[in-house]
Design a protein around this ligand. Structure first.
Ligand code: DGL
Length: 275
């Protein structure tokens, strides 16, 4: 074991959504430190081109490398779908995305072989979920639905709002009419709408949040590569969890505080386009 074991995990997203993945990492790997980057200046990624998401992701990886991370979690489906190869090429440390873990859980849980995926336009158009699911279970039908309005509503903090509910209903209606038995929350922002989604779809459909499985796979990956932290986070370490954003750090810290099991005092601003 060397000092790499004590290095943090780098986690990134276009904004707040990746906090749902960071939350699972905190719960399941409590000894690990985290450096989180949210690209709040350039969110949403889901309506941008593949080239743009690749360029943004490359810059973020370069920033995370300055923080000496030992592994990178792409806590964003859109970046996983569009930029995993670019991230792997740039990272020089192990990389894990959220799509394969989500696909795996859906394949294990589907009762009738009809899996719905709600995600950004970029994720749906990439076909990444269809590919990941077919690799595991070619017999499963995948019905994708792009939901471009959801990420901005979550970033706005409208988690329990009538308008968000109406927008969701419009999107989900289509999937429910096509008889899905399992629904993947294919954007890391959507677990924040989980309760409303559950209410709208009823109890029969299995909901898959890829964040849980991503945290488990991260654990296995660290174990395989002998990269796990060697003991609990030092109680004297003032910042086992560090947060960086490209805009509006105060608002981010407030939001992070409301969804993470820790007290987030500050987030620091990074000029990400300089990386
Ligand atoms: N949370 C991200 C995802 O999982 C991106 C949402 C966006 O920026 O459009 O796809």
């Amino acid at each position: 074991m060397d000092s790499r074991n004590d290095a943090p995990i780098g986690v990134f997203d276009s904004g707040l959504g990746g906090l749902t993945v960071a939350r699972e990492i905190m719960r399941n790997l409590p000894d690990e430190k985290i450096v989180y980057f949210g690209d709040t200046a350039r969110v949403p990624y889901g309506s941008k081109s593949k080239q743009t998401v690749q360029r943004y992701s490359r810059q973020i990886v370069r920033f995370l490398k300055t923080q000496e991370v030992k592994a990178i979690v792409i806590a964003c489906n859109t970046a996983t779908a569009s930029a995993t190869d670019v991230v792997e090429e740039e990272a020089e440390v192990p990389v894990i995305g959220v799509i394969d873990p989500g696909a795996k859980v859906a394949c294990e849980n589907t009762s009738g072989g009809r899996v719905g995926v709600i995600a950004t336009k970029a994720t749906i158009e990439s076909g990444a979920y269809v590919e990941a699911i077919r690799k595991i279970r070619p017999d499963v039908s995948v019905i994708g639905k792009a939901c471009p309005l959801l990420c901005p509503l979550v970033e706005e903090g409208w988690l329990h709002d009538r308008i968000t509910e109406e927008v969701l209903m419009r999107y989900l209606d289509d999937l429910m009419r096509r008889d899905i038995d399992t629904l993947i929350l294919g954007c890391t922002h959507y677990p924040l709408l989980r309760n409303t989604i559950r209410r709208l779809i009823g109890d029969e459909i299995t909901l898959v949040n890829p964040a849980y499985e991503t945290a488990r796979e991260l654990k296995a990956l660290l174990n395989d590569r002998h990269l796990e932290a060697q003991g609990p986070v030092n109680p004297d370490d003032p910042m086992p969890y560090r947060f960086f954003v490209s805009d509006d750090a105060r608002r981010f810290a407030e939001f992070a505080n409301s969804i993470l099991p820790i007290d987030v005092k500050t987030a620091r601003l990074v000029r990400i386009d300089e990386y």
